[in-house]
Design a protein around this ligand. Structure first.
Ligand code: 5AD
Ligand code: SF4
Length: 442
């Protein structure tokens, strides 16, 4: 194989970006070269996402575009990351991709590439306990913030979700390897790390080799990490309300370098729908948890994910979601209309019975409400002096810095001095529903 240049395109969430960094490291170690330019690469890896129907459609469209290049230049196209069985079969049938590698098997990518170039198919045995603990990920950017996966997979089996099928059972990475990796990243100029997992709060590592009594859960791990990297900001995502403990909240409040923001997907405000979703908490328990968060970490921001139009959702259920949003007034959130995912319980057993136009209308209602709440929450920052990590120039005005405060809210302010990577003290003087505007304190 003469040309060993690879190019990776990301279609999914932060976890896919973190995975791409691991894959880059594996391929570089195996004699491949990272290409910043698709045209110069002869191996194209598409890091797929299949969490919602829209993501899969985007991937299919992209593959249609690459079909021509694939024929003309004989490039090798691999699908990696989260893809469903259905999409795999479809793409194989249409001869759109040469190979598929799921998140358990990234180490096998060099073999898959090699075999595809000699026209052979290569099969492998998936490693269900893979955590890539020994791999120092290569960051393919010049940023000062980055992501690191601490758990892979999910055991929760929410009925709408394809993740347990695409990413497998949950496993946690060795805490000491994560600490080592974070220290290395800090040395390389990174100032903020976001710890990733489908459900970080269920992180659990047992030292099966040296001391079985050494059990590290998420609160213990956060506490350890925060002490080991005192000058690095720590964020984490995502928290499942079912698994979040008071100990974790206490650790967040104890350490200045752990950012005061919790992404706490609620999915629905209706107990009936939460049960159908198999979310394992009730509206009341969720509201109690929010109360605990605000008691223990008063300055904490809270964001959400909500799905509208899930199977059986009627107008009353929708109003329950609206009233829950009104009670909490989230800082921000991500809202989706339900799309059935092949293989999931909801796809097999429940009826996708909310008409498209109703899903659309309900989605618009909650998005409009969230905009109002974001505006309300942003106002609370006016007049504050806040610590902002400078991440770069504002896209709208290069005379302004762009960064985030501890609550993960975007702050822009006139440059004057300082550099990317500095912590600035900024007085908040204005705002929109999405951005805080400030001025540098002397
Ligand atoms: N349809 C719509 N939204 C979904 N999500 C997950 N699966 C689906 C689906 N089938 C949303 C959930 C989850 C976020 C990452 O994506 O809100 O928290
Ligand atoms: Fe999917 Fe539920 Fe696991 Fe999140 S917690 S990844 S929604 S199964």
């Amino acid at each position: 194989m003469k040309n060993k240049n690879f190019y990776i395109e990301n279609y999914g969430c932060q976890m896919n970006i973190s995975d791409s960094n691991i894959i880059t490291s594996i391929l570089l170690k195996n004699g491949f070269f990272l290409s910043e330019n698709l045209k110069k690469a002869n191996i194209i890896l598409l890091n797929a996402c299949s969490i919602r129907e829209k993501a899969e459609l985007t991937l299919k469209k992209r593959l249609e575009q690459l079909k021509f290049l694939k024929k003309k230049k004989k490039i090798c196209v691999g699908i990696i990351g989260c893809f469903s069985k259905q999409i795999k079969n479809f793409l194989l049938q249409e001869k759109m991709a040469d190979f598929f590698v799921n998140p358990d098997s990234y180490r096998e990518i060099p073999n898959f590439i090699y075999y595809s170039t000699i026209g052979k198919q290569y099969f492998h045995v998936a490693k269900k306990n893979e955590t890539y603990a020994d791999i120092s990920s290569i960051q393919n950017n010049k940023k000062i913030t980055t992501f690191l996966s601490i758990t892979i997979g999910c055991n929760n089996m929410c009925t709408f979700c394809i993740v347990p099928f695409t990413r497998g059972r949950e496993r946690s990475r060795d805490p000491y390897s994560i600490i080592k990796e974070c220290k290395r990243l800090y040395k390389n100029g990174y100032k903020e790390i976001t710890l990733l997992g489908q459900n970080v709060d269920s992180y659990l590592w047992i030292d099966t080799i040296q001391n079985k009594k050494n059990i590290v859960n998420f609160s213990k791990f956060l506490d350890l990490l925060a002490k080991e990297i005192p000058y690095m900001r720590i964020r984490f995502s995502t928290s499942n309300p079912h698994d979040m403990s008071n100990q974790v909240l206490k650790v967040i409040s104890k350490h200045k370098n752990i950012c005061k923001h919790i992404h706490l997907p609620v999915q629905s405000g209706s107990n009936k729908i939460l049960k159908l979703m198999n979310r394992k908490y009730t509206r009341e328990k969720y509201l109690f948890l929010v109360k605990q968060i605000r008691n223990i970490i008063p300055e904490c921001s809270i964001s959400h994910d909500i799905i509208t139009g899930f199977c059986n959702e009627n107008e009353r259920d929708h109003q329950d979601t609206i009233s829950l949003m009104n009670e909490i007034k989230y800082n921000y959130g991500y809202m989706f209309s339900y799309s059935p995912r092949p293989g999931t319980y909801a796809y097999r057993k429940l009826k996708d019975d909310v008409p498209k136009d109703i899903k659309k209308r309900r989605l618009k209602e909650i998005i409009d409400l969230q905009i109002k709440h974001s505006f309300y929450r942003m106002q609370e920052h006016l007049g504050n002096i806040e610590e902002v990590l400078i991440e770069g120039e504002s896209k709208k005005n290069n005379q302004y810095w762009y960064g985030r405060n501890t609550q993960n809210l975007i702050v822009v302010f006139p440059k004057k001095s300082l550099n990317i990577g500095d912590l600035a003290h900024v007085e908040i003087i204005d705002m929109t529903s999405a951005t805080l505007i400030g001025k540098l304190c002397k």
